[in-house]
Design a protein around this ligand. Sequence first.
Ligand SMILES: Cc1cc2nc3c(=O)[nH]c(=O)nc-3n(C[C@H](O)[C@H](O)[C@H](O)COP(=O)(O)OP(=O)(O)OC[C@H]3O[C@@H](n4cnc5c(N)ncnc54)[C@H](O)[C@@H]3O)c2cc1C
Length: 384
Amino acid sequence: MPKRATKTGSERTPLAGTHDVLICGASFAGLAVARELAGSGADVLIVDRYEIGERQTSACGIPTEWLEKLDLMGAERQRFDTLVINTPHGSSRYKLPWTFSTFDYRTLCGLMWDQCDARFETAKVEGLASAATNGTDAIAVETDRGIVSAPLVVDALGWRRVLAGPAGYQPPDAPLSRGLEVHPDGGAEDLEIWIDRRYVPAGYGWSFPAGEETRIGVGSFDPKFHVRKTTELLAEDLHRDRVRYQGNWIPHKLRAATGRGVFFTGDSAGHCLPLTAEGIRTALYFGMDLGRELRAVVEGRQTREQAAANYARFSDSHEWKFKWMLRTQKIVPRVPPRVLGPLIRLFGTKRFVDWSFRHYLDIAPPEFAETPPEPAKRGIPTTV
Ligand SMILES: Cc1cc2nc3c(=O)[nH]c(=O)nc-3n(C[C@H](O)[C@H](O)[C@H](O)COP(=O)(O)OP(=O)(O)OC[C@H]3O[C@@H](n4cnc5c(N)ncnc54)[C@H](O)[C@@H]3O)c2cc1C
C-alpha cells in the first residue's frame, strides 16, 4: 500500500485567503494548469485531499511522445511498439506507428510539480461557498480547512465535478464507465487488451506491464456491470496475484468546460476519451490549454470572461471526435464474438493501423505541449 503522507491532526491548520488562481485537484489536469502558470508571477494555490502523487488514479499508460515533450521521461517504466488484442477467437499483434509508455504515478506528479511555482495544501474541497467575498469578483470555495477564494478557480477534481454544485451526476445512472485493476509484482513483455465477454460484456480487459509490476484490470462501459470478479478472473488467468486494487469511475461524455464562474478540466469536464478510456493525455492537453488562457488573464492580456469563452470553445471544438469515439464504444459490444476476431485481423493491415492510430493521436497531439497554437488555428478570434 502507498504510504499516506496527507496532513493530519494539528498539521491541519485553517486555510483562508484570496489568491490569483485556485486549482482544486493536483493530479494530471490540475498540475498541467499550474505548470502553464509557472513564471507568470501569479499567486497560485493548488489543493488536493492527498499529497501530490500519493494516490495513483490509473494504469498510467500514455503515448511516449507526451512524456518526452513535457520532459517527464524520468517517470517512464516501460515502452511498447506493439499492442496485442486478444479475443475468444484469436489474438492479433498490431505494430503501432508510435510508442506507448507506462510510467510511475508518484514520480510523474513529482516531476510535474517541480515544473510549477505554485503553493500546495492538502484539503478536501466541499463545494462553492456562499460566503461574501468583500465585493470582489473572487469565487469562494469551501474546504475542510476553511474558505479559500480566487477570481480564477479551476475544478480538476475528477469525475465528481465537485464545484458544479449539487445537481450532480451519480453512477450508475450517469454516463460513466467503471474500471478496476490489480498491481501484482513482476513484469511482462507485452501491452495487451482483451475484448472478451468472459471478462466484460461491453468494455475490455488490459495488462499494462510497468517495469517491476503489471497493472491488470477490466473496464466496463456499462456502469451497472461490476468489474471486481472479472478483474480477479483475468489476473487468475494470467497467473498473477490479486493485490493492490485501485479503481474509479471514468467519464465517457464531454461536459460543460465552464460554469458558475469555474473552469472544469480533465475528468471533471469529461475529457477522458470514450472507447479507450484514455484520460491522462487529454487531461494534460485540456489542462495546458486552460493554463495558457488563465495566464493571459493574470498577465492582463484578456479578461476572465474572454478566457472562459475561449476555453469553452476549445473544449467544445473536440466534441465531434468524442462523439465518434462514443459511437464506436456503443458498436463494438454489439459485434458477435465470432466476427470480432476476423474483423480485428482484417483491420490489422499496416495501412489501416497507421491511419487510425495517427488520427487517434491527433485528437490530443503531443506537439501541443511544445508551442501554444496560434489563436487562428484553434478557431478563436484573434482580437481579445
Ligand atoms: C482503473 C483505471 C485505469 C486507467 N488507466 C488509464 C491509462 O492507463 N491511461 C489513461 O490515459 N487513462 C487511464 N485512466 C483514466 C485516467 O485515470 C483519468 O482520465 C485521469 O486520471 C484524469 O485525470 P484528472 O487529473 O482529470 O483526474 P484525477 O486523476 O482523477 O485527479 C483528481 C484529483 O482530485 C483529487 N480530489 C478528488 N476529489 C477531491 C476533493 N473533494 N477534494 C480535494 N481533492 C479531491 C484527487 O485526490 C485527485 O488527485 C484509467 C482510469 C481507471 C479508473
